[in-house]
Design a protein around this ligand. Structure first.
Ligand SMILES: NC(=O)c1ccc[n+]([C@@H]2O[C@H](COP(=O)([O-])OP(=O)(O)OC[C@H]3O[C@@H](n4cnc5c(N)ncnc54)[C@H](O)[C@@H]3O)[C@@H](O)[C@H]2O)c1
Length: 250
């Protein structure tokens, strides 16, 4: 049910964290993978890891908030890997400890651009390719910050991720007739390089003990497993949903 042999998958923000784990999971399931990211060093490292395991991957230097670069990202994926069956629109950025009052216009615009606009822009260029091919599958990156009853963290990030949830539903309804499924994942606090750099052990525990049933961080591989399921033939009747991957939302 998770066989992706012969498929082409694109992962934005695929050089690190959850994107990297998902790129590796797609490759292990048999897909050729395009890794689009700002970071060529880490992106190339993921390509080499996939190739060393016998898979096929390319790195595409991309700022997912820039329309011309997103358009080129999709064009290169199709030209170099032969199509686009699966897209994981994973890019997003947040901040820790912001309030409505302390949020600056610059921070608001940056978080909304990386966490919401980039998701829409990616779909804008992915969907026509999938329509022309007769179908496809998209997974967007939301967050528990966009769906949790525990409101905390960053207002811009919460608003952006809630936006991803509804954008996902919109795209799923609009493109069901095109045989394109669109879903999201909503991880809880996940042990990625960004989180490890920003959160002390005390801060991590405060979040996971308050916001989840299971008092530990999510592992990137646990999010990748949900992404892989949503992108796989086994999820053929699943569309328009956001799957929390956080050990239980209160
Ligand atoms: N880590 C968590 O606790 C957590 C929880 C819920 C949701 N998320 C979401 O998961 C996604 C990935 O987060 P992560 O923790 O794995 O991050 P990470 O920092 O480990 O990796 C993010 C990657 O995205 C790339 N990137 C950043 N901005 C980009 C841009 N404009 N264009 C292209 N690439 C860009 C970075 O270079 C990096 O390689 C984000 O959308 C984040 O909001 C993370």
């Amino acid at each position: 049910m998770t066989d992706l042999n012969g498929k082409v998958a694109l992962v934005t923000g695929g050089a690190s964290g959850i994107g990297r784990a998902s790129a590796l999971a797609f490759a292990q399931a048999g897909a050729a993978v395009a890794i689009a990211d700002l970071d060529p060093a880490n992106g190339d490292a993921v390509v080499r890891e996939i190739e060393a395991a016998g898979g096929r991957a390319i790195f595409i230097a991309t700022d997912a908030t820039e329309e011309a670069q997103v358009s080129r990202m999709v064009e290169r994926t199709v030209a170099e890997l032969g199509g686009l069956d699966i897209a994981f629109n994973n890019v997003g950025r947040g901040e820790v400890g912001a309030t409505i009052v302390s949020t600056t216009v610059e921070k608001w615009d940056w978080i909304l651009a990386t966490s919401l606009k980039a998701t829409w822009l990616s779909m804008k260029y992915e969907i026509p390719v999938m329509q022309a091919a007769g179908g496809g599958c998209i997974v967007n990156m939301a967050s528990t910050a966009g769906i949790s009853p525990q409101i905390s963290g960053s207002p811009a990030y919460s608003a952006a991720k809630a936006g991803v949830v509804q954008l996902t539903r919109f795209a799923a309804k609009a493109h069901a007739p095109d045989n394109i499924r669109v879903n999201s994942v909503a991880p809880g606090l996940t042990s990625t390089p960004t989180v490890e750099a920003w959160f002390t052990e005390e801060m991590k525990h405060a979040v996971t003990s308050r916001d989840q049933f299971t008092d530990r961080l999510t592992r990137p591989e646990e999010v990748a497993a949900a992404v892989l399921f949503l992108a796989s033939p086994g999820a053929s009747m699943v569309t328009g949903v956001t799957v929390p991957v956080c050990g239980g939302l209160p």
